[in-house]
Design a protein around this ligand. Structure first.
Ligand code: 3PG
Length: 397
């Protein structure tokens, strides 16, 4: 019922929250337009309905409630018009608090993109008057900003109160929920979770939630070494969060039979992440990690073990790389896992990649999976089992 295609949008002026928080180059150009492209199905559908006008709103970066010209959405308006290939005119409004005139002038099947919502501190404060002002521009509200659904902000949460019975989720939000919810709540089994990334502390809740749902939970990346230490292994100079050892011990005690950890590793003596450089990598079994070395990628035996488990899965959820994949010499493990996911996908499994680093890794690898989430923080909170305020507000509305 919440899906926008199930609603009567005819002749409505639609206010649509999107997540155009795109990465920018140091000289302010759009570095990657994926998030704009991801909203095109929603935009194109809205414009195909008789008599619609479309007002898009988004944040960009974290300007802390101030006008920061380097975080203007103006280039996004230009990029969007280009991506629409002449299908619609995209106007740009320079002040989201003063858009009445531009809204008035907007023609049928035209788009107005409002300037960065976070130029106003009221957006993040979920200020009611600010939400009401934004709401006054439209007659129907659609939220397609999955990437921002974990924020209870004026444009994602507060605003829904002004559209009773006239709220819906867009195509992208629907797709994200379909895949993430499908994988987390009604998976075809076996369900295999893969967690990676640097710190256990960033993923405590994801580990706790996923380990209960999964048939197998693969743990790689920097976070694996605190688990291995908890098992009594010597991990050399690998990343260790000593204050999280007891958390790892508890998880291993309760769910040890479900958890797969690295059995070998690629190690280096020195790593300069900023300059993407490292000393000559060497290979070691997990029982023989030299005290002077740091594990920075999973080794070939681990790749084989993890890949076999992934290929046997019917549903896979992946969040976090297996090593420092940004450095080519340390990327083999992460790309091998991406390949195993693609093999599982080809064999009919549903494979879902959470946003952030794993999304960049899958993109870099060129491998095909069922769904790559556009939400970093949002997909992580979803995997933690949290209710996302942006979604909850739609349901309430
Ligand atoms: C993201 O990039 O994860 C979203 O756009 C949310 O951005 P935020 O973390 O600045 O709220």
């Amino acid at each position: 019922k919440l899906f926008y295609k199930n609603c009567d949008l005819k002749n409505q002026t639609i206010l649509c929250r999107v997540d155009f928080n795109v990465p920018l180059t140091p000289d302010g150009k759009i570095d990657n337009n994926n998030r704009i492209k991801a909203c095109l199905p929603t935009i194109e559908y809205i414009l195909s309905v008789e008599g619609t006008k479309l007002i898009l709103m988004s944040h960009l970066g974290r300007p802390d409630g101030q006008v920061k010209p380097e975080l203007t959405l103006a280039p996004v308006a230009v990029e969007l018009e280009k991506l629409l290939g002449g299908k619609a005119k995209v106007h740009f409004n320079k002040d989201c608090q003063k858009a009445e005139e531009d809204v008035q002038k907007l023609g049928v099947h035209e788009i107005l993109l409002l300037e960065n919502l976070r130029y106003y501190p009221q957006e993040e404060k979920n200020d009611a008057a600010f939400a009401q002002k934004l709401a006054s521009y439209g007659t129907f509200y659609i939220n397609d900003a999955f990437g921002t659904a974990h924020r209870a902000h004026a444009s994602t949460e507060g605003i829904t109160k002004y559209f009773p019975g006239k709220c819906a989720c867009g195509e992208l939000m629907g797709l994200e929920v379909k895949y993430l919810d499908g994988a987390c709540t009604q998976p075809t089994r076996p369900l295999v979770g893969i967690l990676g990334g640097a710190k256990v502390s960033d993923k405590l809740n994801v580990v706790t939630n996923l380990v209960q749902k999964c048939d197998k939970l693969i743990i790689g990346g920097g976070m694996a070494y605190t688990f291995l230490k908890a098992q009594g292994k010597e991990i050399g100079k690998s990343l260790l969060q000593a204050d999280r050892i007891s958390f790892c011990e508890d998880i291993l005690k309760k769910y040890g039979d479900k958890i797969l950890l690295p059995i070998d590793a690629v190690c280096v003596e020195t790593l300069d992440f900023k300059n993407r450089q490292c000393s000559e990598p060497s290979y070691h079994e997990m029982d023989a990690i030299p005290a002077t070395l740091e594990c920075v990628d999973i080794g070939p035996k681990t790749v084989e073990l993890f890949s076999k488990t992934i290929r046997e899965a019917k549903t896979v959820i992946w969040n976090g790389p297996m090593g420092v994949f940004e450095i080519e010499a340390l990327s083999k493990g992460t790309f091998a896992i991406a390949h195993a996911l693609a093999e599982a996908t080809a064999a009919g499994a549903i494979t879902v990649v959470g946003g952030g680093d794993s999304a960049s890794a899958i993109k870099k690898s060129g491998e095909k999976v069922s769904h790559v989430s556009t939400g970093g923080g949002a997909s992580l909170e979803y995997l933690e089992g949290k209710v996302l305020p942006g979604l909850e507000a739609l349901t309430d509305c």
